[in-house]
Design a protein around this ligand. Sequence first.
Ligand SMILES: Cc1cc2nc3c(=O)[nH]c(=O)nc-3n(C[C@H](O)[C@H](O)[C@H](O)COP(=O)(O)O)c2cc1C
Length: 466
Amino acid sequence: MTIPVQPIFPYPPPRVEGYHTYLPPQVQPVGSLLDDKEYKQNVNPPKLFEPVTIRGIEFPNRAWVAPMCQYSADDGSLTDHHFVHLGAMAQRGWGSIMIEATAVVPEGRITPQDCGLWKDAQIESYKRVVSYVHAVKGVIGIQLAHAGRKASTVAPWTSREALEKGYQGGTVASEEHGGWPNNVVGPSPISFNADKFPSPIEASTEYIQSLKKAFADSVERCKAIGFDFIEIHGAHGYLLHEFVDPISNKRTDQYGGSLDNRIRLPLEIAEIMREKWDKPLFYRVSATDWLDDTLGPEKGQGDGEWAWWGIEQTTILTQKLADIGVDVIDVSSGGNDLRQKVRPGPSYQLPLAEHIKKAVPNILVGAVGIITTPHQANDIIEEGKADVIFMARQVLRDIDFPLEAALALGVAVAPAVQFERAWGRMMVKRDHNDDPQHKHGITEVQGEEGVKSKRSTPPEIHTSIP
Ligand SMILES: Cc1cc2nc3c(=O)[nH]c(=O)nc-3n(C[C@H](O)[C@H](O)[C@H](O)COP(=O)(O)O)c2cc1C
């Protein structure tokens, strides 16, 4: 007896063309708004879910992952940890994913286990991650960095364990442990902390020239990998921040002294990169060293000289970066002076972003720092204080934040097709238009857990839960 076969769906099933293993295609980017003709609650959506297009790259929403060092690379190459860590983000609806601080030269790593893009052999490991993220319709970029005088240290957990076991020394990675304490470079021979960090050597003119080339070469590797954007790391007390800061930079050549001289190197690097890279370019800045309490105003009242690095100079630097064609300024702070007095709390760095947003209209502004809830993130954009939100620790605590935020803000966004069954409560079609009461009203409890996705109605084939 032959059993009649009824063709009920196309076979073989569709797959992402060109990807090396089977992957079902995502209907649309994960975390992007579902069609507002079907999902009326998406008419006039909260700004956190408004897409933004920069130089032809569409970021499906404005909840973006900030760069986060994992100290888990192997001679600069990404490992399975990165594939899982970053790949998981691509499944969860972040508007943008950024690979952590990645050194353009080996001595520019914070630890021996940092990511690096100083040689072609490293390209393949990045391609593996980027191809996966692109295959699921995600957007991914990289932060290019040089750690300056804070290089050749050990990962935080290594130093913590050592201290717990009674070790009295600093955090320097010795040569025996893969470090390069005698080849740590800064603008001037001034240590970040003589007890715990290496003593840097002053970058020679030749070194500065070779560094510019290293950034340019890394951009070529980024092109080969296929990144969507690049961020220049100019914050947190690493090399470019050290150069702009009058306390860490005591040079007497064209890279030290006046503000124009101190910001020369970041501007030269940004210019070289802008010439080579036609996709979005970001710059992360430490907008203040938080030294008001310790040293008084940023510009000394007596002599009118800049006393320390703060928001006024940051604004001047940002204007020049915008004029060069940098697209996004990612506004962080601190990390270059042990005397800093930071008062962390929700959105504590936002006033810095807001200041820049008001002063420099021709650049998009990213806010970062203890932004952890959907309404907090959305309000920042709705109120025009920043254009996008970067999040770090909340990503590690709650990788589903974008979809949970959609639920909390009352809109429906695409989950990964494989995860749809978990998000039925968010994908409920509601008839009302943009009634704010409802827009912000639906909660997980009110939402209809168990309601099937109404995005499409495929034939019901599975009757049991696998
Ligand atoms: C684990 C971890 C690693 C980080 N690594 C980087 C990095 O590679 N580059 C960078 O600019 N900032 C780095 N940061 C700082 C974050 O990007 C972010 O600015 C900071 O954590 C504040 O945001 P949050 O309150 O959302 O965590 C790191 C933060 C964390 C928690």
